[in-house]
Design a binder for this molecule. Structure first.
Ligand code: PMP
Length: 285
């Protein structure tokens, strides 16, 4: 996969896809000093690009490092990468990490901070079954407390349990895993936030120990515009039984209906369809 044509922006310039390599003594590889963003470009415009760049810089600060580029420079890098590849519709992956340097232990304050922006063409995150309702397994891994790790950062280290959870779910024939948090409340999927519908009202976990996704915030706004009550609160897994509809939100997932989580089933109802279609229209407007 690394040996192909294409361009990647790396440390200030566009390089050939196959040359976008890092050294084996990269600090981020050994100690997870790495933060990233996932964004989508629709018709030549990145949806909430500036917000993603700001989050990237904030994530780095939460991990105690500073990305040596401004938000404007990061924006320019993304569009330069897209243009060099001839893409108007693509997924954009910006990543910043502590590189190889004089310190190869836990401490790495003298190592350079590096930034790259890559992209690829990526259709539906959950494949063709998207509007039929994804099937999720319950994960045994719990989202950690914000006192354990800076859980509001989009940091590579937070994804270790996500990959393990997703692999386990896939082995059971599911497309993703639903994770609970350290207190046992329903948290999120491995790369997307979750919403539930009951009696015409919407319930979604309070993002106090995981990413408050930009898509999540957009969808909360869409629901409120419709005059729909949104309860952002702690949700116990036992409550899943009473919810009628469920969907996931995320840059890659967009708005994906959920048909099943563990033994609990949901219908792909009118509100789910409305929000999925309206989100699609919004990102392309
Ligand atoms: N939670 C996790 C763990 C994620 O990886 C993502 C995707 N970035 C989200 C939530 C949704 O965030 P956003 O809507 O900003 O893409």
């Amino acid at each position: 996969y690394d040996d192909r044509d294409g361009k990647i922006w790396m440390d200030g310039k566009l390089v050939e896809w196959r040359d976008a390599q890092v050294h084996i003594l990269t600090h981020g590889l050994h100690y997870a000093s790495s933060v990233f963003e996932g964004e989508r470009c629709y018709g030549g415009k990145i949806f909430k690009g500036v917000e993603h760049s700001k989050r990237l810089k904030r994530s780095a600060n939460l991990l105690d490092f500073e990305i040596p580029y401004t938000v404007e420079e990061i924006e320019a890098a993304k569009y330069a990468m897209l243009e060099a590849n001839g893409w108007t519709d693509a997924y954009v992956r910006a990543i910043a990490w502590r590189g190889a340097g004089p310190d190869m232990g836990v401490s790495a304050s003298r190592n350079p901070v590096r930034l790259a922006v890559a992209g690829w063409e990526w259709g539906n995150y959950y494949g063709d079954a998207k509007m039929k309702g994804a099937k999720l397994a319950l994960s045994k891994w719990k989202r950690p407390s914000p006192e354990t790790i800076p859980s509001e950062a989009k940091a590579a280290g937070l994804y270790m349990i996500c990959t393990m959870s997703k692999h386990e779910a896939e082995a059971k024939g599911c497309s993703d895993a639903m994770m609970l948090d350290y207190r046992g409340y329903v948290a999120e999927a491995t790369g997307a936030n979750v919403f539930f519908v009951k009696d015409g009202e919407v319930h979604t976990p309070l993002p106090d120990c995981f990413l408050n996704g930009l898509t999540r915030q957009t969808v909360v706004g869409m629901l409120k515009e419709r005059g729909i009550t949104v309860h952002e609160r702690h949700i116990m897994p036992e409550e899943l039984e009473g919810f009628e509809q469920c969907w996931l939100t995320g840059t890659a997932a967009e708005v994906t209906p959920v048909g099943q989580i563990g033994d609990f089933t949901f219908e792909v109802g009118a509100l789910t369809r409305d929000i999925a279609e309206s989100y699609e229209a919004l990102v392309r407007s």
